[in-house]
Design a protein around this ligand. Structure first.
Ligand code: 1HE
Length: 269
């Protein structure tokens, strides 16, 4: 059942495992601003298909260089001169990759800098947590390029910012950055320094949770959003039945009961 991930078999992704179960996956085509060509998408499918069964406790997803990701590889798209059916299949591979991320059960923390645009925003919005630095900015330039979103923005970006803002971003190319981007929900954290450092800190924290708890958090919440409230409540009860009785949780519950377990306190001033 356990699968192995061989970092040396990836060309467009740089993959590094850390001792604490945190894996750093970096889009590694900085000279192309990490634009998503089909090979990169296939490597994302491969990695995120394996991660849940390979002991990966959390993933930090990053982009090499000054920009997280410039979206669809427009040069490849231009040169391939794809048919409608061809591009539909390209988009289905994007969905395969991004659904594996969102529904795979392994926490994915995105570390963002520079452009997070078009398909780059679709990729980032498939992560569970987004950390931006002061240089990061978000946009959907598809409208200006004669294109439309094809990697899930109509679903995930709309979930983050709402329908009206999503349509405005696509119609006018509006760019969001800084604290406003956090206030709208495009990222959960903004940092003065490196988004990578903060993302690693959050990933290490998440990696300390029991894997089955993280599996539920990083798959069940998304699945339940797709259900009616009645069905979601039922599914939540079933998931909680499994997770909340896991044998590995007993030591944590015992620690609370004997008062050695950490208490929940407000943040220090
Ligand atoms: C690219 C791409 C790309 C850069 N595809 N090659 N996305 C966009 O519309 C964003 C397009 N990119 C940009 O607006 C800018 O490149 C950036 C703001 C991201 C960066 O600017 P800058 O000045 O640092 O770089 P540059 O000079 O524009 O580009 C550097 C190189 O990266 C250059 O290649 P070179 O071989 O001439 O050196 C660029 O061609 C290359 N490059 N971005 C291919 N996107 C499933 S549907 C999803 C639909 C979409 O995602 S549409 C949105 C596409």
């Amino acid at each position: 059942m356990a699968v192995q991930i061989d970092p040396t078999s990836y060309r467009n992704l740089d993959i590094k495992a850390h001792d604490d179960g945190v894996w750093v996956v970096t889009l590694n085509r900085p000279t192309k601003r990490n634009a998503l060509d089909i090979d990169t998408i296939e490597e994302l499918v491969t990695f995120f298909s394996a991660a849940p069964r390979a002991g990966v406790r959390a993933v930090v997803l990053a982009g090499a260089g000054d920009h997280f990701c410039a979206g669809l590889d427009l040069i490849e798209h231009h040169d391939e001169d794809r048919s409608p059916a061809d591009f539909m299949h390209v988009c289905l591979r994007w969905h395969e990759a991004f659904n594996k991320m969102e529904y795979g059960g392994v926490p994915v923390i995105a570390a963002l800098q520079g452009a997070v645009v078009g398909g780059g925003l679709e990729l980032a919005s498939s992560a569970h947590v987004r950390v931006m630095d002061q240089s990061a900015y978000f946009a959907l330039p598809e409208g200006q390029r004669g294109l439309f979103t094809g990697g899930g923005a109509t679903i995930r970006v709309t979930d983050l910012v709402g329908k009206a803002r999503m349509i405005d971003m696509m119609l006018t190319g509006r760019v969001y950055q800084g604290q406003e981007a956090v206030d709208l929900g495009l990222a959960q954290y903004i940092v003065e320094g490196s988004s990578m450092d903060k993302a690693m800190e959050l990933a290490r924290k998440a990696a300390q949770n029991l894997p089955l708890s993280n599996f539920a958090i990083c798959s069940a919440v998304s699945h339940m959003q797709n259900m009616s409230a009645m069905d979601a409540a039922y599914a939540e009860a079933v998931v909680a039945g499994v997770v909340n009785t896991q044998p590995d949780a007993r030591a944590r519950l015992a620690a609370f009961a004997d008062k050695s377990g950490a208490r929940v306190r407000p943040n220090a001033e």
